[in-house]
Design a protein around this ligand. Structure first.
Ligand code: HEC
Length: 475
């Protein structure tokens, strides 16, 4: 199976994580109170999501979400580095400054007067699939669903920049959202090179799937950079700063970088040998059947979605014999330059038994998905061939995989005090890290403001390494 890991029990852990957090999660939404926010700025009640973190809010779409062309907002994944900001529309301004002819400060009404453009595009988190890498690295342990396909509508960034007029010295465009850093964490600011900023499909979106942007998706204004990873799609955009040189911020120079060339799994790579994550990679997902399902005899349908970054997906091939033979899947009719495509294939299993199913997408430039994922230190851009196992029974009864129960124990008081003020334990219990990795992770949290006394640091690291140590996840 190489590194294209087959998961069976992870989904079960997640569903129990979800029920554990559900009450807190919904009371959080209630506490935010739609009444204190202007119309259209409410958070959406999400349905059946895998909760990676309740605060900051990080939600993953389960595999069954891959069955529609447009992902409903209720099922759309959420990624937040910081807490969701308060938004007052009356006070909202978009300030444009830096290497411009004149500084401007635009209201939402000003933006609504510009030509409105619509694009259907896949938004995928750069870290989607991080949880499938071996060896594992710290970070949210996304598996498949930190991705969705939506209809974005808004104004061209180029039209907005024209209102300020770029100087010849302009090189990069930096976007700052209204989210405020947690503790001493660096502010989330990201830059686009000028040619991407001026690209005709780069938008500042005001709406998503025909509704005003929901608060958790960046209301009232977010960047849409079709074909590029989600870290470039800044939410709650308030300030645009045009620079005469490359931007040096933390989220450009340290985070969201991956090695130019393949590196040995587990090795450390310095930031200078890495480049920023930009284009998404060609990828396909099997939405149905699910890993571990028991199918009845007779015809079955294998279906899923496929997308890519630079060049459109040309084909999806499916194997039902662990990669020995392949057959082309049939595409659904919906398509768009940056949208995902639905695909399906009829399959009549030759008899009862266990089958390994794989799906592999290829783009129009011939780039295709690897069988073994090349490793990178932060676990970005995972796109190895999706592989699942199913059984075919003699009898007719089909079964979905049964959910298992996972337990979690008590936490020592010094750990609670040090680690559970900015976020819950959810971001911690999903990690599988060595002692050295935990040591670095705790140091990072101390830099961000975690109240760890020098004399308790070791015991916290020991506790974490003991309970959430590096070991293969259960299959
Ligand atoms: C001052 C606030 C704060 C405290 C206290 C804190 N953290 Fe965090 N931690 C954060 C924030 C903010 C994130 C989310 C960062 C993101 O999503 O980009 C985070 C994320 C994490 C993650 C997910 C992986 C990652 O690096 O993003 C782990 C694991 C984690 N924290 C462990 C801990 C541990 C262990 C402690 C106690 C030693 C701790 N945290 C205390 C702010 C804090």
């Amino acid at each position: 199976m190489g590194r294209s890991r087959i998961t069976n029990t992870t989904g079960d852990v997640e569903s129990s994580l979800f029920s554990f957090n559900r009450r807190r999660f919904f009371s959080l939404l209630a506490a935010l109170g739609a009444g204190s926010l202007p119309t259209g700025a409410a958070e959406t009640a999400k349905q059946g999501m895998i909760v990676r973190s309740v605060r900051p809010l990080d939600l993953e779409m389960p595999l069954d979400g891959f069955s529609t062309w447009i992902t409903p907002i209720e099922r759309f994944f959420v990624r937040s580095h910081h807490y969701i900001p308060k938004v007052e529309l009356q006070e909202w301004r978009l300030d444009i400054q830096g290497e411009v002819q004149k500084q401007v400060s635009l209201t939402m009404a000003d933006l609504e007067k510009l030509p409105q453009i619509e694009v259907v595009a896949v938004l995928e988190c750069a870290g989607n699939g991080r949880g499938l890498y071996e060896p594992s690295m710290p970070g949210l342990q996304w598996e498949y669903g930190a991705v969705g396909n939506a209809r974005w509508r808004g104004v061209r960034l180029a039209d907005v920049l024209k209102l300020a007029g770029l100087k010849d010295s302009a090189r990069e465009v930096v976007f700052d959202g209204a989210d405020v850093p947690v503790g001493k964490m660096p502010d989330f600011q990201r830059a686009l090179p000028l040619n991407r900023a001026l690209h005709r499909d780069t938008l500042l979106a005001l709406s998503m799937n025909g509704r005003p942007l929901p608060l958790e998706h960046g209301y009232p204004l977010r960047l849409v950079v079709p074909g590029w990873a989600g870290d470039c799609w800044t939410k709650w955009v308030r300030r645009i700063n045009v620079l005469p040189q490359e931007f040096e911020g933390f989220f450009m120079k340290s985070a969201y970088r991956h090695p130019r060339n393949a590196v040995m799994p587990g090795s450390s790579v310095d930031a200078a040998s890495m480049e920023p994550v930009t284009s998404l990679r060609v990828k396909s997902i099997i939405a149905s059947p699910r890993e571990g399902s028991v199918l009845g005899p007779g015809a079955a349908r294998i279906r899923g979605v496929a997308w890519s970054g630079k060049d459109p997906v040309r084909s999806v091939e499916v194997s039902t014999d662990a990669g020995r033979t392949w057959k082309a899947a049939r595409f659904g009719k919906e398509q768009g330059s940056y949208a995902w495509r639905l695909w399906e294939m009829e399959w009549t299993p030759p008899g009862p038994g266990y089958y390994t199913l794989m799906a592999r997408a290829t783009d129009s430039a011939g780039d295709t998905q690897p069988f073994v994922q090349e490793w990178n230190p932060s676990g970005y851009l995972y796109n190895a061939v999706h592989t699942i196992g199913v059984s075919v029974a003699r009898e007719k009864d089909r079964q979905e995989p049964a959910p298992a129960v996972s337990g979690r124990g008590d936490f020592p008081p010094e750990f609670r005090r040090a680690c559970l003020s900015c976020h819950e334990d959810d971001v911690i219990v999903q990690q599988r890290l060595t002692r050295a990795q935990w040591d670095r992770e705790v140091d990072k949290m101390i830099r961000w403001g975690a109240p760890v006394k020098p004399e308790t640091k070791n015991s916290i690291v020991e506790f974490l390494a003991e309970r959430y140590g590096a070991r293969p996840r259960k299959r």
